[in-house]
Design a protein around this ligand. Structure first.
Ligand code: PEP
Ligand code: MN
Length: 343
C-alpha cells in the first residue's frame, strides 16, 4: 500500500461558485471526499487518500486553484498545514479555543440528583461554563461504582436546564453514542478509549463536539491520529484534553505533560484543555497545575468538584470543594490576563 498523502488545493480568493462546484465535482468523481477549510486568508480543500498526489496534474489544469501542496504528516485534517488558523468551537455561544479560558467543572461521577444540582449551581457561580459528570464510568476495578447510566443523563439534563451550563459526559461504546448525544453538548472520550477506533468512528459521524482525552500511554502523534479518525468522519469539532500520562513517577497519580500544550499548538489547530484532577490525582496540586496550564497556553480546564470529597464514590482525593473551586478561579484570572486571555 502506498503512503497516504494529502493533496492540498489552495483556492484563489476570487474563485467563482461555478469553478468551486466544478472542483468539488471532480474530487468526488475521482473517489475522494473533499474536506474544506475556510481560513481568514485562504480557503483550501484537502484530498485524502492513497496516492492522491497522482491527480496533481488534473488539478493543475482546473481554473480557480492558486497552488497545490502536500501534507506528509500522518495526521492531515488535524494538522496546522491543513488549517492554519486555530479552531474555535462555538457551542451555544460558548467559544472553546477563542480568547476566553473555558472552565468545565463538576463531579467525577453523577452520584445523585441532589448532589449534581448543588454542584452545578456552585460551579456556575464560580465561573464554569460547562458541567462535567460521568454517567457511564470506566473504572479500574469491576467492584467500583460504575455510574448511574441513563438516570444520570436525566439529572445532567435537569442541571443544564436549571443553570444554563453546557454538559460534557463520557461515552464508552459505539452503541451509546446516540443516547449520550441526546443529553450531552460535548461527548467525552476517556483516556482508556483514545484508541477505540470503532468508538472514534462513531463519534466522527455524530455532529456533537467531542472532548478527546489523551491516553495514559499515548504519544502526541498517536493522539492526533485519534483526532484524525473523528475529523475524517466529518466531525470537525474536536477538543483535546491532556489528563496526565504514565511515567515511572508514583508520587502523583499521573504525570501532567504540559509540554504537550505548545507541541499540540505547533502541530495542530485544535483547541486543547487540561485536566489537573486526573493529571495529578492530588487535590492539593490542582491549583498550581491549573495556573501552569493557563500560563502555557491551554484553552481551558476540566476540574473535578465534589461537595464532600471524602464521601465521593469516585476520585474524591482529586476533587475540589465548591468554595475551593471558586477561590481558584479568582486566582486564575490575573494569570489568564497576563497571557492575553480572558476568564
Ligand atoms: C474522568 O473524566 O472522570 C475520567 C475517567 O477521565 P480519564 O478518562 O482521563 O481517566
Ligand atoms: Mn474522574
Amino acid at each position: 500500500m502506498g503512503k497516504i498523502k494529502t493533496m492540498i488545493l489552495v483556492l484563489r480568493n476570487d474563485i467563482s461558485e461555478q469553478e468551486l462546484s466544478h472542483i468539488l465535482e471532480k474530487i468526488k468523481q475521482l473517489g475522494f471526499t473533499p474536506h474544506i477549510s475556510k481560513g481568514i486568508k485562504k480557503t483550501i480543500i484537502g484530498l485524502i487518500g492513497e496516492q492522491a498526489e497522482r491527480y496533481r496534474e488534473i488539478f493543475e489544469s482546473i481554473p480557480g486553484i492558486e497552488s497545490i501542496s502536500e501534507i506528509e504528516l500522518p495526521f492531515k485534517l488535524a494538522s496546522r498545514e491543513f488549517k492554519e488558523d486555530s479552531t474555535v468551537i462555538n457551542i451555544n455561544g460558548v467559544e472553546i479555543g477563542g480568547k476566553e479560558i473555558i472552565l468545565m467543572a463538576g463531579p467525577c461521577a453523577v452520584e445523585s440528583r441532589e448532589m449534581l444540582l448543588q454542584v452545578a449551581r456552585e460551579v456556575k457561580e464560580g465561573g464554569a461554563k460547562i458541567l462535567r459528570g460521568g454517567a457511564f464510568k470506566p473504572r479500574t476495578s469491576p467492584y467500583s461504582f460504575q455510574g448511574l447510566g441513563k438516570e444520570a443523563l436525566l439529572y445532567l439534563k435537569e442541571a443544564k436546564e436549571l443553570t444554563g451550563l453546557l454538559v460534557v459526559t463520557e461515552v464508552m461504546k459505539p452503541e451509546q453514542v446516540e443516547l449520550v448525544a441526546e443529553y450531552a453538548d460535548i461527548l467525552q472520550i476517556g483516556a482508556r478509549n483514545v484508541q477505540n477506533f470503532e468508538l472514534l468512528k462513531e463519534v466522527g459521524y455524530s455532529r456533537k463536539p467531542v472532548l478527546l482525552k489523551r491516553g495514559i500511554a499515548t504519544t502526541i502523534k498517536e493522539w492526533l491520529m485519534s483526532a484524525e479518525y473523528i475529523l475524517s468522519g466529518g466531525n470537525y469539532n474536536v477538543i483535546l484534553c491532556e489528563r496526565g500520562i504514565r511515567t515511572f513517577e508514583t508520587a502523583t497519580r499521573f504525570t501532567l505533560d504540559l509540554n504537550c500544550i505548545p507541541a499540540v499548538k505547533k502541530y495542530s489547530h485544535l483547541p486543547i484543555i487540561v485536566d489537573p484532577s486526573h493529571g495529578t490525582g492530588v487535590h492539593d496540586y490542582i491549583s498550581s497545575m491549573s495556573k501552569a496550564a493557563i500560563a502555557c497556553g491551554a484553552d481551558g480546564l476540566i476540574i473535578e468538584v465534589h461537595p464532600s470529597p471524602e464521601d465521593a464514590l469516585s476520585d474524591g482525593p482529586q476533587s475540589l470543594r465548591p468554595h475551593e473551586f471558586k477561590q481558584l478561579v479568582q486566582e486564575l484570572r490575573p494569570i489568564a490576563e497576563a497571557v492575553g486571555r480572558k476568564l
